[in-house]
Structures are given as C-alpha cells and as structure tokens.
Design a protein around this ligand. Structure first.
Ligand code: ADP
Ligand code: MG
Length: 393
C-alpha cells in the first residue's frame, strides 16, 4: 500500500503547507551540509510547476521551545533561494497575524519559509491549538519530512488531521526504498550494523533477523556481542546488561541459519584521541585497552561478505571513524558497499557523513535522509507522520 502522493493533488492556486526536514548541520549560523535542502527540491519544484502557493516549515536543532537567534530559518531560506534561483520569503514567526497576512498574499509559485517550528513549545507537544494555527495558513498539507516522521508533533501529525494530507516525493522515495528492503529484497540480503551502542539497535536487529541472510556487526555495539561470546574486551565501551540479549540474538540467528559476522580482530588504544592504534586478535585485547575499530582481517572478511550480497542495508560506522587512526574499518565497509552490485541502502547520520566524506554517496542506491526514522521503520514500527497520511496513489 502506498501513501497518497502529492502528484495526485490539484494544487493550482492552493496554499500548500509543506513540512520539510531542513534540520541541517550548521556552524555559527552557516550551513555545513545542504543535502536535506536539495532532497526537498523535487517536491518544491513540482508544487511550483503546479502553481501552488507554497509554505515551507521545518524544525532546526534543539531550541527547547524558545527563540534561539542562531537557529533561525533565514539562512536556510537564503540558501534555498540560491538553489532555486527564485525568490523565497522568510518569516520571523511561525504563526500569528503577520504570518497569516504574508501567507494570504502569496502569489502562485511563490515560497514562504516559516520560522523554526521548535521555537514554539506547542510543536513537540503536538498541541491541538498550534496544529490548528498551522493548518489555518493553508488549504492542503504535504509531508516531505521523512526524517521527522517518527515523531508525533503538531507539524508532522496534528496538522494532517485538519487538512487534506499528501506524501511528498522524498517521503515516497524513502518509503519505497525502505519498504522494498523489508518486503521484496533480493537475496542474499546482508545488514551491516555499527555505531556506538547496541541498545539503540537491538530492536532493528531483532526485526532484521526475520529478513536477512547475514548480519555484519561492528563499532562499539560489537563489543557487547564479544562479551556475549565470552571474550575479554578490556576497558572498551560496552553494555554488559545487554550481553544476555545479544547472546539470545546470536542463538536465534544460529537456529535460523543466519550468518552473524563479528570482529575477529580489532584496533585498540588507550583512548580515542590516541595517535595510533594496535591491531590485535579479539582473544588478546589488553585489559587496559579499548576497542576503537575493526582490524585488518575483519575488514577483509566483511568486504568479501558484502561483495556477495544482492541487497545491503548499512547503519552505523565500524569504529570511531571521526579520528583517522580508527577510520579504516568504516572506510573499508563504505568502499565495499559502494562497489557491491544490487541494491544498497544506507541510513544513519554518521554513516551517511562517512560516505559523503569519502565521496561515495552517489554510488549508493538510496541514501536515507532520516537517521532515527529509517531505523524505526526498519525496526517494523509504525511512524506517526506516515500513518496519518491516507493510503492512495
Ligand atoms: P549513525 O548516526 O550512523 O546511526 P551512531 O550514531 O549509532 O551511527 O554511531 C556513531 C558513533 O559511534 C560515532 O560517533 C562513532 O565514533 C561511535 N563509535 C563507533 N565505534 C565505536 C567504538 N568502538 N567505541 C566507541 N564509539 C564508537
Ligand atoms: Mg549518529
């Protein structure tokens, strides 16, 4: 079942409220990565061609319900204007009389960007009155913010009950790619999971065990699996409370005949800022050391397994890739995923950042813009911002 598409909406002359995900990485009020703006452009272009009067709204950062000067939307509106080569208005408020007036005066194909939705505490509270204020600005609602769809907020959920609601093109592309992964993936299907903590991803692993042929585990979360195997991991980051759950997953995988690949060698150091690491077997981790990456043998084994897959889902780096001495594992996996044939899907803010830094993002079938949302989707959870949009064509 697919969601009702913005393509099927008759938008000519209509005011269309579009929830976008412009939650960009910023430094000192400057945009450091505009991927999420670019990802919203197909929907914006479609609406402009259709003659809609366009109202864009997003959150940015964590202003905790108050106005925060360096989290204003204006620099993003300016950047969008440059990308589109068309005027983009920026409001300094979210709702209220002045915004009503500007929204009401929009000409066909004109664009207004509202102020940061999270400047108002009622956004995250999914407050009914705030949702009604947002809805009063427009005739139709489009959700193109897949990255925020796992949250039931006024702009992602509440408003969709009050206006005819449609899914934007980015939202549809995300649902299509991730839905296909779970329902119609070509075999062999390998999932690669890494990142700091196993607690973030136990649910995903549980759901994926019913779908995949193999699971490749790296990053800090592998340490808890190594504990479950009875290995000594020195002073490494781990969640000993979850070792029993990790053991249960290993047993379930074994019963189902699913390969779980865990590191056989690792890169260790005293702390993550060390100038260099030492490669050791997982049976020889010194008591005072910490594991910060997968080792050379493991890199080669993982790359070989990845090259045999027809479908790949990757979430989470293999080590502390931000620091060059511990980046080799993540680089090796990124390169193997980029080289692999078949379908590759990568989600997760840090994994996507690693791919981009390596210049490999365009060799991936689908790079998800939604870190947390893509994980919850793959976990099998219903996303409130998706559930509220009617099914349709
Ligand atoms: P993503 O954003 O791709 O979902 P996560 O946020 O789950 O990934 O995890 C990324 C973080 O995990 C990175 O900051 C990385 O430094 C950290 N990490 C990876 N491996 C280790 C490790 N062995 N020890 C400590 N931290 C790690
Ligand atoms: Mg992250």
């Amino acid at each position: 079942m697919t969601k009702r598409s913005v393509r099927s909406a008759d938008v000519a002359g209509q005011r269309v409220f579009v929830r976008v995900d412009f939650n960009l990485p910023m430094e000192d009020g400057r945009i450091t990565d505009d991927t999420r703006i670019r990802a919203a452009i197909p929907t914006i272009a479609l609406l402009r061609e259709g003659g809609a009067r366009i109202i864009l709204a997003s959150h940015l950062g964590r202003p905790n319900g108050g106005v925060t000067e360096d989290l204003r939307m204006e620099p993003i509106a300016v950047h969008l204007q440059a990308l589109l080569d068309a005027p983009v208005l920026a409001a300094t408020e979210i709702t209220g009389e002045s915004v009503q007036a500007v929204a009401g005066d929009l000409e066909e194909s004109e664009i207004l960007v509202l102020e940061n939705l999270r400047f108002d505490p009622r956004e995250e509270a999914n407050d009914a009155e705030f949702a009604a204020e947002l809805a009063s600005l427009a005739d139709l609602y489009v959700n193109d913010a897949f990255g925020a769809a796992h949250r039931a907020h006024a702009s992602t959920e509440g408003i969709a009950h009050l206006l005819p609601a449609y899914a934007g093109l980015l939202m549809l592309a995300e649902l299509d790619a991730l839905g296909h992964l779970l329902d119609g993936s070509e075999r062999p299907f390998f999932a690669i999971l890494g990142g700091a903590k196993v607690s973030d991803k136990l649910g995903v692993i549980g759901n994926l065990l019913a779908k995949v042929d193999g699971l490749i585990v790296g990053g800090g979360m592998a340490n808890t699996f190594l504990l479950a195997q009875g290995k000594e991991i020195g002073a490494s980051l781990a969640e000993p409370d979850l070792a029993a759950d990790a053991k249960a997953l290993l047993d379930r995988a074994g019963e189902r005949g699913i390969d779980i690949l865990l590191p056989t060698d690792v890169v260790v150091a005293d702390d993550s800022s060390s100038e260099r690491g030492l490669s050791v077997s997982v049976d020889e981790v010194p008591a005072s050391s910490r594991i910060f990456d997968i080792g050379p043998q493991t890199r080669a084994d993982y790359a070989r397994a990845i090259s045999g897959a027809q479908t790949i889902f990757w979430n989470g780096p293999m080590g502390v890739f931000e620091h060059p001495p511990f980046a080799a594992g993540t680089t090796a996996v990124a390169q193997a995923v980029a080289r692999a044939g078949g379908t590759s899907i990568v989600g997760g803010g840090d994994s996507v950042a690693a791919l981009q830094a390596l210049g490999l993002a365009d060799r991936i079938t689908h790079v998800s813009t939604g870190g947390g949302a893509s994980l919850e989707f793959v976990e099998g959870k219903s996303l409130p911002g998706v559930a509220v949009i009617p099914d349709g064509e």
